[in-house]
Write a protein that binds this ligand. Sequence first.
Ligand SMILES: Cc1cc2nc3c(=O)[nH]c(=O)nc-3n(C[C@H](O)[C@H](O)[C@H](O)COP(=O)(O)OP(=O)(O)OC[C@H]3O[C@@H](n4cnc5c(N)ncnc54)[C@H](O)[C@@H]3O)c2cc1C
Ligand code: FES
Length: 259
Amino acid sequence: MRREALGGAYHLLTFQHREAAREARAGQFVMIKAGACAEPPLRRPFSILAVDPERETFTLFVKAVGDGTRALCAMREGELAQCLAPLGRAFTPPPPGTEAVMVAGGYGIAPFRLFSEELRRAARAGRVFYGGRTAADLQLRHIFEPLGVPLIPATEDGSLGARGRVTVPLEAHLDGRQGPVRLYASGPDAMLRAVARLAEARGLTAEVSLDPWMGCGIGTCLGCVVLVRRAGEPRPRYRCACTEGPVFNAATVVWPEHP
Ligand SMILES: Cc1cc2nc3c(=O)[nH]c(=O)nc-3n(C[C@H](O)[C@H](O)[C@H](O)COP(=O)(O)OP(=O)(O)OC[C@H]3O[C@@H](n4cnc5c(N)ncnc54)[C@H](O)[C@@H]3O)c2cc1C
Ligand code: FES
């Protein structure tokens, strides 16, 4: 395990794990907890930020918000973690000639680095809209330039990029766009819902990475269920976000009345 403290509560954590390093795709996640003992009992879910198949490592971008994340961010080099990976359904790459427009809020930026690498390998164009409360929340804003992916920041306090919600520069881009686009969103529920609404209004396909509470990551605890209505089904059904998601077509998600 290797740790790099970024600003504020953010850390980059790198772990040795052969399967995740070789097989993970953008949008998939790991369930992980610090230490080799039973406490704390539950692993926590995190999107995979990067992989290094040669070194057999994967890297996470973790914001310390509670006991589980604080324990991970306090780990020392060489300490063990318990991990299941890679898990869940990945993002679907856009068709040829379609720009992938990625929309991220806070730690929701994590899956888009791996996605940008996949896009580059498949010769697809991508663009990232990255929003946060303040510039300090946009910790990973520099990692996309080397991948040839433009990044458009937005902050609610105006300290970096456009002032206000990330959907403001996103809408401006969609208004002026030349070719087809597909939207990909990862971040707070309110942002996902705004992107889903915007996609529906403009007749665009959008994929959203949902962020429910997860206890097991493998479809047994049912802690992560979300209401989803697939084409041809008479009514929506509860589905496990850990096994059938976390990435869903936004048009199939039945959003709660008060997110
Ligand atoms: C698919 C998926 C991918 C994720 N990727 C990342 C990532 O790349 N980086 C990252 O830092 N975090 C990510 N998360 C969120 C991360 O799993 C939670 O922050 C973590 O489980 C909190 O655990 P804790 O024990 O530290 O906090 P807890 O003690 O469990 O909670 C602390 C506080 O955070 C809130 N909280 C806990 N989980 C969530 C959640 N899922 N959404 C919103 N609020 C929550 C709680 O309500 C509480 O206020 C992801 C979650 C999912 C489902
Ligand atoms: S997290 Fe347990 S069923 Fe999905």
